[in-house]
Design a protein around this ligand. Structure first.
Ligand SMILES: [Fe+2]
Ligand SMILES: [Fe+2]
Length: 248
């Protein structure tokens, strides 16, 4: 059963977590340390570790829920499972090396809960890979890579380098397969896409509330992941709009 606090039309069930974890429903229930607080960077590693678990769980659900998807696409999703499992381990190691304890901070499974509410593979790839994962690249660049270069934390710089090569592929295969799935399914695919984006848009507003954090678009990386210039401009405009809304 879905948590009573979140509308079942927008959110699926939480994925399983063991007793170490406190599971939050919305961003306001997580540990939000202000910029400059030394706990902020450490908490980000824990949060990101759980988001990588979400990435693994989502790709695994896509494989299980869409057994008739083209074989090459299923291979890409299976590879993503393997990549995300490696990312979980990398974030966990960096977090624990800084004195962190798994389960120390609340975790948020909004990605998994939104994606499993979307009933088409094309919709899931559009929201998860093209949107959440692309935004993840922007966030990691901002929160980990830039500061780690300044502070000389080479383990984080290495983590980012290793992870990035994988994440770009995750966004890129979605950018490649979405038009193919559209061609196969015809007009129904457009409806599926529109429904998925509408669910994600509404659900994110519920999760983020007043506290939506947006990061500058990592332009070169998005281009490498198969976004066109127009799509990068659109992402930048959306972020500017969200930033303006957040300061209102
Ligand atoms: Fe990942
Ligand atoms: Fe990924």
């Amino acid at each position: 059963m879905s948590d009573p606090g979140l509308e079942a039309a927008l959110f699926g069930e939480n994925p399983a977590r063991d007793a170490r974890f406190t599971v939050a429903n919305v961003h306001a229930e997580t540990a939000n340390f202000p910029p400059g607080d030394p706990r902020r960077a450490i908490e980000f590693l824990h949060r990101q570790m759980n988001e990588e678990i979400n990435g693994l769980e989502i790709s695994a659900r896509n494989l299980a829920d869409f057994p008739d998807a083209p074989w090459e696409l299923r291979m890409a999703m299976a590879r993503q499972c393997s990549d995300e499992a490696r990312h979980v381990a990398m974030f966990r190691r960096c977090f624990q090396d800084r004195g962190g304890r798994v389960g120390e901070y609340p975790v948020l499974n909004f990605q998994y809960r939104i994606i499993t509410r979307i009933d088409s593979l094309i919709g899931r790839l559009a929201v998860q890979n093209r949107s959440f994962e692309a935004a993840g690249i922007d966030a990691i660049q901002q929160e980990i890579f830039s500061p780690s270069r300044e502070s000389g934390e080479t383990d984080l710089a290495e983590l980012f380098d290793a992870q990035l090569a994988d994440e770009v592929q995750h966004v890129r295969y979605a950018n490649m397969w979405i038009p193919r799935l559209k061609d196969r399914a015809g007009p129904r695919a457009l409806l599926d896409l529109a429904r998925a984006v509408a669910i994600a848009h509404e659900a994110l507003r519920v999760v983020a509330g007043e506290a939506a954090t947006v990061f500058p678009v990592a332009e070169d990386l998005r281009r490498e992941a198969g976004f066109t210039d127009a799509e990068i401009d659109a992402a930048r405009a959306l972020i500017a709009e969200l930033g303006a809304a957040a300061t209102r």
